[in-house]
Ligand binder design. Structure first.
Ligand code: NDP
Ligand code: BG6
Length: 487
């Protein structure tokens, strides 16, 4: 990478920020946290998928504290795949198993690291992927320990979320990691960037000539982005109490989606250009203050295991973002995230301005509804254009008709986000990972909301959050759009 860091201003880049599209392909995958929940639910099923597609070509070395044998570890991987993959092919599982070994040891012990270096020496590895599926408090320690045995020069690291818990800690973590790995060897995971439908935003916006002319403040009235989950915190009270909805998903997944929707076209295919545009648009965002934020907590959250009875942690957040750029000045961007909501959906609704009334102001005839572009980014991904068509009859009345594309039906099977990201890390492609300045920029946007979060409003499960969420809509006649119903 050719960008330089300004040590005095962590997070600031000097000069151009091109990143090499590809680094050398990895020759080993080291899985820290191989016995943990993420590995079980996401990483082994993804490794299975890579194996099935013939794109896993390296040994996989797990490292964890549990006193498991290699055989226990392989059984664990097998169970995880059989639990999470429908109709897993036994021969594929066998070939994946043949790649797996476990190094048992505490990360605090020197012996764990020499053992790991010896194992990598034995397989002749010079370019490993070190995947940190471990508690975030351990990221700095593991990075330093890798350096203590010289492994920082023999590979790249994949860092799980959350990347810090506020701006200061994210800057600190970046400094710690940069002491050991250069920026282009740090792959920060945001699994939303691995979702096909999220990446499609680039294609939707920049490969369709009809979109760009209207994608600005002259034609767009507002944008709403919703990430709703019907599930609650699913027994993860201890974890969730330390984060809340703003840190858990708004700062990362949601703002990454907003960046893709709002940024200028990148200057070229180099991943650095994409990151540059994201950084610019995030920098143009005003930080979220108390007046543009509503937080909620579902009724029953305080009864969850690990949650204190006076918890003020939000399970819902709605915010109005302002992007002070020539493209977006004056257009409100509404975002909301929450658990325990009526439906699970991730959707962006782009509301276009009303057409002039002219033809349509006959007595009793309502004006045409505004056009909407709904970008569905969740399970039922696709796009719907809500257009106006003439209502049959003598009058010039209009009604909404949908022009809809369901991506699964139109495009067929797509890979899971984790499979794509693991595959990217192995081939050394940074395109779908988050760069330092972008991550720090997103923390800057949410920092006032973390510092002064304001009151918390209760809401019932299966609702759309607290009614107070409407108070941040600029025009009080406006409402939140309901995401498209699940299909
Ligand atoms: P878990 O607590 O389930 O797993 C932690 C892993 O780290 C275990 O394998 C554990 O080994 C290992 N570990 C912890 N301390 C040590 C130590 N001192 N020495 C050696 N090994 C150690 O965490 P998760 O899998 O849930 O999360 C891992 C990361 O992924 C976190 O950063 C999390 O934020 C992120 N993440 C998790 C998601 C999820 O759904 N779980 C979703 C998105 C991100 P052992 O059990 O053998 O002690
Ligand atoms: C994770 C959050 O990053 O994303 C979880 O920690 C959330 O709380 C999950 O449930 C949602 O991911 P997806 O892919 O199911 O929308």
């Amino acid at each position: 990478m050719t960008g330089n860091f300004d040590e005095q201003r962590p997070g600031a880049y000097l000069g151009t920020t091109q990143m090499h599209a590809h680094q050398p392909e990895a020759d080993a995958l080291v899985l820290f946290g191989a016995t943990g929940d993420l590995a079980k639910r996401k990483l082994f099923p993804s490794l299975y998928a890579l194996e099935r597609h013939g794109t896993l070509r390296v040994p996989v070395i797990g490292v964890a504290r549990s006193t498991w044998t290699d055989e226990d570890f392989r059984m664990h991987a097998r169970d995880s795949i059989n639990t999470h993959v429908d109709g897993a092919d036994a021969t594929v599982v066998d070939s994946l198993e043949a790649r797996l070994d476990l190094i048992q040891g505490n990360y605090a012990d020197e012996a764990t690291w020499t053992c790991l270096r010896d194992a990598l020496d034995r397989c002749g590895s010079t370019t490993a992927v070190f995947y940190m599926a471990i508690p975030p408090s351990m990221f700095p320690m593991v990075a330093k320990k890798l350096a203590s045995v010289g492994l920082n020069t023999r590979g790249r690291i994949v860092v799980e979320k959350p990347f810090g818990r506020d701006l200061a800690s994210a800057i600190e973590l970046n400094k710690t990691l940069h002491a050991v790995f250069p920026e282009d060897h740090i792959f920060r995971i945001d699994h939303y960037l691995g979702k096909e439908a999220v990446e499609d935003l680039l294609v939707f916006r920049f490969a369709n000539t009809m979109i760009e002319p209207v994608w600005n403040r002259h034609y767009v009235r507002s944008v709403q982005v919703t990430m709703s989950e019907s599930i609650g915190i699913e027994g993860r009270g201890n974890f969730y109490e330390g984060v809340g909805a703003i840190r858990d998903v708004l700062q990362n997944h949601l703002l990454q989606v907003v960046a893709l929707l709002a940024m200028e076209p990148p200057a070229g295919p180099d991943p650095g250009f994409l990151q540059d545009e994201k950084a610019k648009v995030i920098n143009a965002m005003r930080p979220i203050d108390a007046g543009s934020l509503v937080r909620g907590q579902y009724v029953g959250y305080r009864d969850e295991k690990g949650v204190p009875e006076n918890s003020e942690v939000e399970t819902f957040a709605a915010a109005r973002l302002e992007i002070d750029s020539w493209r977006w000045a004056g257009v409100p961007w509404y975002v909301r995230v929450g658990k325990g909501l009526a439906e699970s959906a991730t959707e962006a609704v782009v509301e276009l301005r009303s057409p002039p009334r002219m033809l349509f102001d006959g007595a009793g005839s309502p004006p045409p509804e505004r056009n909407l572009i709904r970008l569905r980014l969740g399970k039922n991904d696709g796009v719907t254009f809500a257009l106006q068509a003439k209502t049959p009859g003598p009058d010039l009345d209009s009604q909404e008709v949908d022009v809809d594309v369901d991506f699964a039906a139109a495009l067929g099977e797509r890979q899971d986000a984790y499979e794509r990201l693991l595959g990217d890390a192995l081939i050394g492609s940074l395109r779908r990972f988050a760069r330092q300045d972008v991550v720090e920029g997103t923390w800057r946007v949410v920092q006032p909301a973390l510092d002064e979060p304001g009151p918390i409003f209760p809401y019932f499960r299966n609702s759309w959050g607290p009614s107070e969420a409407s108070s941040i809509l600029v025009n009080n006649k406006d409402a939140w759009y309901l995401p498209s119903p699940a299909r």
